[in-house]
Design a protein around this ligand. Structure first.
Ligand code: SAM
Ligand code: SF4
Length: 329
């Protein structure tokens, strides 16, 4: 098991497959992009699958989510998914993507064993998209979403981040768009994880504000009055259901106490939290010939040291050195 000293057990592994991206979302990256990892530093497919085998076979990981950067840019992604699906015990396999390229890849990924998909969509307005993602690709994202649904990766989940002066007024439109197509929408509060360190609390649209905006048009009732368990999103039935909407109040409604996640970066570093300021290197021992037991022990130690919370709301909060795109969001 991957247990920490606060009684939490990590079962959900987020794997960054690349730190590269074809968008430049303002809440994530600067316009010029970042110094991408040299390919020699990135785990090879074989190295990655070996670590995933240890994670599911010895450490109790039951869900593997591929992310990035933009995971669809990773060459051979369907092959990675297929090899992950053949691990024993087979984990649930999901993917978080900006959707660009899904018209080509949704079918092969589904055939390879992908179980679930989250596509990020922050705006329905092409001009706003360019302002937000600094690329004119809204049509590609919308086509990708449709392709995911056509390929049977349903229900397609949509992630949206709202920023006050850019797309802050789109909550209702985004939800209506998703309801019309059977997509499940989740809003995520903007977190201080951008490479430019430009996050300002005032720019973030809070969970409360999102719920207030949605309530002007829809009736929302808590879907799970007993609590959200380890799920970060608070779920609401829309107009009595069965459609639902989620709100992830990472900043204003932290869920660290029930977090069940651990992360592996594209260069083979374990991170026990998105906001961790330390990483544990698995790539160096792996390349030096460490056996599975040693790698599993290192992984356990990395998770055991997990802090109780992300500390965003503490006066002394320091943003982690690596941005979301390099950690794996
Ligand atoms: N490129 C893929 C995508 O955009 O879906 C996967 C990686 S991206 C880092 C994963 C998710 O993190 C996306 O839904 C994105 O909107 C979200 N994200 C990125 N930066 C964020 C931030 N500063 N605060 C909250 N969410 C963020
Ligand atoms: Fe790329 Fe995803 Fe970051 Fe946007 S949020 S720049 S799509 S990695």
């Amino acid at each position: 098991m991957l247990a920490d000293s606060y009684g939490r057990v990590a079962t959900d592994l987020r794997v960054s497959l690349t730190d590269r991206c074809n968008l430049r979302c303002t809440y994530c990256m600067p316009p010029e992009g970042l110094d991408w990892l040299p390919s020699a530093e990135q785990l090879t497919d074989d190295e990655l699958i070996r670590l995933l085998g240890i994670a599911v076979g010895q450490l109790g990981i039951t869900e593997v989510r591929f992310t990035g950067g933009e995971p669809l840019l990773r060459r051979g992604l369907p092959g990675i998914v297929a090899r992950t699906a053949s691990l024993s015990p087979r984990p649930e396999i999901s993917l978080t993507t900006n959707g660009i390229g899904l018209t080509r890849l949704a079918g092969p990924l589904r055939d390879a064993g992908l179980d679930r998909i989250n596509v990020s969509l922050d705006t329905l307005n092409a001009e706003t998209f360019v302002k937000l993602a600094r690329r004119d690709r809204l049509d590609d994202v919308l086509a990708g979403l449709a392709a995911a649904a056509d390929a049977g990766l349903i229900p397609v989940k949509v992630n949206a981040v709202l920023m006050r002066d850019i797309n802050g007024n789109e909550a209702v439109d985004l939800l209506q768009f998703c309801l019309d197509r059977g997509y499940q929408l989740r809003f995520i509060e903007q977190m201080p994880l951008d490479a430019q360190h430009g996050w300002r609390r005032d720019d973030m649209v809070t969970a409360d504000e999102i719920l207030t905006a949605l309530s002007a048009k829809f009736s929302l009732t808590p879907d799970d009055p007993a609590g959200r368990g380890s799920a970060p999103a608070e779920a609401f039935l829309v107009d009595g259901g069965p459609a639902r909407v989620g709100v992830i109040g990472s900043v204003t409604r932290p869920f660290c106490g029930s977090c069940d996640r651990v992360r592996l970066t594209a260069d083979g570093q374990v991170r026990n939290c998105l906001f961790a300021r330390q990483e544990s290197d698995l790539r160096t021992p792996l390349r030096a010939g460490a056996d599975d037991l040693e790698l599993a022990d290192r992984w356990r130690l990395a998770v055991a040291a997990k802090l109780p919370g992300h500390g965003i709301n503490d006066p002394g909060f320091l943003q982690p050195a690596r941005p979301m795109s390099a950690i794996g969001g």
